[in-house]
Every structure is written in structure tokens, then in C-alpha cells.
Design a protein around this ligand. Sequence first.
Ligand code: MSP
Length: 638
Amino acid sequence: MSRFYISTPIYYVNDEPHIGHAYTTILADVLSRFHRIAGHDVFFLTGTDEHGQKVEQAARDRGIDPQTHCDEMVVRFQELWERLEISYDDFIRTTEDRHKEVVCAILQRLYDEGEIYADDYEGWYCVPDERFWTEKDLVDGNCPDCGRPVVQISEKNYFFRMSAYQDWLISHIETHPQFIQPETRRNEILGFLKQPLNDLCISRPKARLAWGIPLPFDEEYVCYVWFDALINYITAPGYLQDDAAFARWWPASCHLIGKDILTTHCVYWPTMLKAMGVEIPETVMGHGWWLVDEQKMSKSLGNVIRPLDLAEKYGVDAFRYFLVREMVLGLDSSFSEEAFVRRYNAELANDLGNLLNRSVVMADRYLEGVVPVVDVKHPALRALQEQTEKTLEGTLDALNGLNPNRVLDVTWQLVREANRFAEVQAPWNLAKETEKRSELEVTIYGLLETCRHLAVLIFPVMPGKAREIWKQIGSEENLETLHLDDLKAWGGLRPGTQVVPGGPVFPRIEEVDLEDKQEEAEEKDMSDEKQDVVSFQEFQKLKLRVARIQAAERVEGTDRLLKLQISLGEEKRQIVAGIAQYYEPETLVGKQIVVVANLEPATIRGVESQGMLLAASEGDSLALLQPESEIPDGAEVR
Ligand code: MSP
């Protein structure tokens, strides 16, 4: 692949951006930057959705006209993206002429070709969501999406013949498994398509909603906001306006979206494109939701997380890192500041920060700050080089799977290997013996060269910190234009370079606040008279299930931990268990065990663990809990 076109949803300008908007945009930025360093041509598009009821209402609430409202609000998004180092190539606003012209041209053509027709419409309408629903869609008479009351409306409207494309769409999804990702979302859409698809109402009478693009063939109506908004993805790369640019970028490689807007992107959009005779995007990737204490963020709950607050408090790069690292692509994630600080201290301050700091400080202390001349084929460096190669390969693989979270996994394998190398080589001991000078030089070179690789590898996620690392190791190349290919030849750090120690790149965050909170919780526990008993309801919250171990291996760099792949029937999971001293991994394969299935996922030594196995232990002995006889995998333990 030599070109990569990625888009974010265009965000409504009815409110301030929050952590959810920041997440999608950061993820798109990280993917764009990775593709750039992989040597691909990238087009990264984001923007704002400025028409429709929500925006009109927000402007009315402020007592100003909608365009002024949009002009003011859009700046908040643009300023935030600048602060978060979002490297978009184009920012589209749906109120721009370039967009309105394309929407009108498409509407007129589809109307002329009979793909859009007028009809009387009677149905249930959700005002805040601007969507019509059929009687059977309603839940307890309310909008199935937001739960708010709906109103019955009967009026002439214009419709797009979406139903005509249902069979085609099903077959497209079936023959293009990469079109909707991850697979759970694809199944959701295929499930949705089992019912007959209706035609799509694409107009709103001006009398009810004036803030939209007027239909070119009937000035009493404006275009439905979604029909207008989706078209942004082809307006920006030049549809009907710049054929060469459009041919270069379309079809999009990836529309990155949250799972809330799956139907519009996976049903409306491909059928619209099909009717226009335009190719279908390669992938729509629907990520999960950021929740707060397992709840949706909402103004009324007062739990909205504002990205700027966190970026100010902990730094833009740490914020970007946390969002990308914490959320497993496709699943929901609960945001917590405690988890943020824990991850920061363990993975950034300890793992990466220490590596850099000790490498530069030792070069300064033992080698007068000068990168030494060494033979890069020295056997002591082999393991480090092999891990570097694996990391580079793993990075490209993870990129093909559009999974930056996995990229960080493989990058941290290199960080850990380098820290292990430092421990094994113990340069602080080598420095004490003059005859060990050349081994000392090889060791420090190995560490600094790994830091150079790591700076390039983390650049897409933490551009600012990567620049700081670059500066400290004294590298003179231009970090911004380096490619992964340039890293293949290990040993790029030039001898004679002067390192520039600059203190910890990731200073530890004091966990005082967190400790206070923990103490409070403990005190509360102690004051609870019934501290040793759990109620039946509490016990019932635990979901214990039988699982079968399908594969087991040691977690690199630990004596205690095994990584197990387990099956709960339909569902496969990975767990990490501290049983490596008691079992050889291969003897576990095929065994049935009991696991806590609803334990909050955790990352242990950089490895994701989605549950916990149960074992009995006494002194030095340990025994796994197992069902007394074979029972189907996944069976509940009650
Ligand atoms: N304007 C439409 C999109 C049109 S695209 C042609 C829209 N805008 S929105 O402002 O509501 O943004 C929705 C998107 O913001 C989601 O799809 C997701 O990318 C992001 N998020 C908003 N809240 C979110 C979370 N709580 N968690 C993660 N991302 C979510 O819908």
C-alpha cells in the first residue's frame, strides 16, 4: 500500500469537544503518522458537521444565527487539534461552498436519475436525533436510540431508493470482510440487514428546519443532515472538482468512527455511493466508547471529561499515549485518572523513561558523553537487534490491522528487552574495570541506538517526547522525515555524537492523591463492622466460568507469569496467571480451569489479561481449581 486516506467523523458543532472526540481524532492522527513513517502518502481528513437540527437549536439557545454559532464553535475544535498535535491534511466544514456545491450536484443527479423521488411520509420522528422511526422500531413508544419521546409527522418528503441496494450491500459486506471492522460490528450490520431496508428520507421541510443545504430541485426543503455530512468524505479529496486528486485518494482506506454511527456509515453511505457509481471505502472501523465509571458521559451526569484539562495536567503526549494504549480496539473502556497515573508511572516513567535516562546518563558519566565507535556485529548486541527487527515487523503487521494499541505492545517489547540488556550487561560494573572498556562501549552504544529506534517508533504517538529523546541522544538527522526503513540497518547512531542529558523525559507522577483515596477506602472498610462477610448479592456479581486452556507460554522477562489463551465456548480470551513456577506451559494445554470471567481487564507486564484463574495455595504448593468432570467450556460456576 503506498497511499493511505483516513478520516474521522465530522463533529457536530453544537457543543464543546470531549474525550470521545479527542480519542477518534488522536487515533486517526497516530495511524496517519505511522503510515507516514512507513513511507506511505497520507491524506488525513477531519472537520465539522455544521447543519441540522442540533446545531440550529444550539444557535437558537445562544440567541445567534447558526452560521455565527458555527464560526465560533469550529475554532474550539481547531484549537484543540492544534494543542493535541493533530496533523490533519484537510479540515472540512459542511457550510463551505466547496461542500455545498458537491452535495447539490449529487442531489440533482440522483433526482434526475430517479434515485431520489417524492412521496408522502407518515412516521414517528425523534426531534433531537432528527430521525424517523417506524412503529415497530419504537421502544415503549419512545425513540429506540435516545429513549426520548417521538412525534407523529405526515408530510411530503424526498426519498433515496436505499432499499434497491439491500441485496447488493449484503453481498458486498460478505465478499469484503475488511469493509466493516472489527468483526463484531460487521455481524451487527449483517444482523440489521436481515430485515427489509426502507428507503431513506433525505429531506426536511424548511418550515420545520431551515438550517441545511436547500434541495436544488425543491426550494421548500433542505437536505437531511446525514445525507449532506457523509458526502464530506468525497468532497475533500476532490469529487467533481479535482479529478486527479480524487482518483489519487479515493476510495478511502479507513473511515474511523465510534460505534454509535455504524449504520449511517455502513448502510446509508455505501448505498449512496453505489447509486452515484462511486467506489466503496475499503474499511469502516468502529471503535468502542469511552465510559466514565461504566456510564456514558453526559452533561446531566456531570461526568464529561475535557481533553484539555488532562493534557494540561499530564502533558499532551502522555494523554495521547494513554488513550491509544488503554482502549482495546472495538471494546468500550472506562476512563479513570487512577489508571492513567498507574500506566504513566509504570510504562512511561519506569520502562521507557528509565531506559533513556540511564542510557544517556551512563554515556555522559562513563564515556564523556560521546557515542563510541563499536562493532555493531558484536555478539552481545544480537538479542537486541533481533528484538528490533521483530518490533519493526510487528509494527507493520499491526498497522495493516489498523491497530495502534498493538503497535505499542510490540514497541514495549523492545523497551523491556533493552532494560533487560542493561541489567545483564551491568555497565555500572563494567565501568569499574579498565579492561572491560570495550564491552562497556558496546553496551552503551546498544542502549543509545535502541533509544534512537524507540524515538522513531513512538513519534507517531508522542511526537513531543520523541523529539526530546532525539535531542538527548544528540541525533542530528531530521526525526520528522525518518522512515521505518531507515531503521532497518542497525547502527545508525553516529560515533562521535555528543549526548545531551536533559533529566527525566517522563518524571514520575506523585501518587499522593491516589494513595489518599485508597486510604480513605481502607478506613471506610475498617469501620464497616461486617468487613469479613459479603452479601449474597455481592457474591452474585462475580461471574465464575469454566474455561479450557488452548495455549500457554511464558511472559517474557518474568519467572512468575504465564500467558494463557483460553476458550469459554464461543468466546476466546487471554489471561495472565502467576503460576509459571508451578507448571510447565505445555502441560496446561487442554486442561479445564475455573476463571473469574467479569474481572476488569488489566495489563500485566504489558500483556493484556481478561480475567483471572482460580487456584488454591498453601505454603509452596499450588493447585488449579478444576471441574470434577468434563463439562462444556464456558459453563457457569454457581
Ligand atoms: N456529526 C456526526 C458524524 C458525521 S460523520 C459523516 C456525529 N458527530 S458527533 O459530534 O456526535 O461525534 C460522534 C463521534 O465522536 C463518534 O462516532 C466517536 O468517533 C466520537 N465519540 C463521541 N463520544 C464518544 C465516546 N464517549 N467515546 C468514544 N468516542 C465517542 O455523530
